[in-house]
Write a protein of this length. Sequence first.
Length: 173
Amino acid sequence: MRALFQKGYSKLVMLVLSFVCTPVGGADAIRITSNDEAGFILKNYGAVLMTRFSDYMYIVATIVFTVYGQLILKWRIASFGSLPSGTGEKVKFLLSLVFDPAIFTGFAAAFIASLAWMAAMTKFELSHAYPFMSLNFVVVLLLSGWLLNEPLTIQKVLGVGLIMVGTVVAAQG
């Protein structure tokens, strides 16, 4: 059993290393085919791999802060009720939303997400990094169902699934 686990773990390490070692743009990717190669890379290029891993954290931060902002805005706005019909009431309503402390944290999260994205753009080509943003759809769908009790319909799941398939196809080209 231990041998099976180690073999599976070794394949996972090789897959992750192949992904992380792929240069920006995907050309001339390093192909890791054995445990010896994976060990050699970890031993001799560990610092480089950690740097590349930390580069991806800018993308992760962008996703996390974007999702937080969307969820907090929806949660707080729902507690304020519907948008009034009159122009003056609409302005007053929207201003009360802007000055709500929780909603303000959503705006701050959007700003931080923008900063993280700018940092990511210094590390990756846009065509490589941008497909990761489709993860926002998945995470928002799941968390809005769980935290906000929004319905999770088959149409929504299929729609997000199609987005993810499109993202994978786009990332390959």
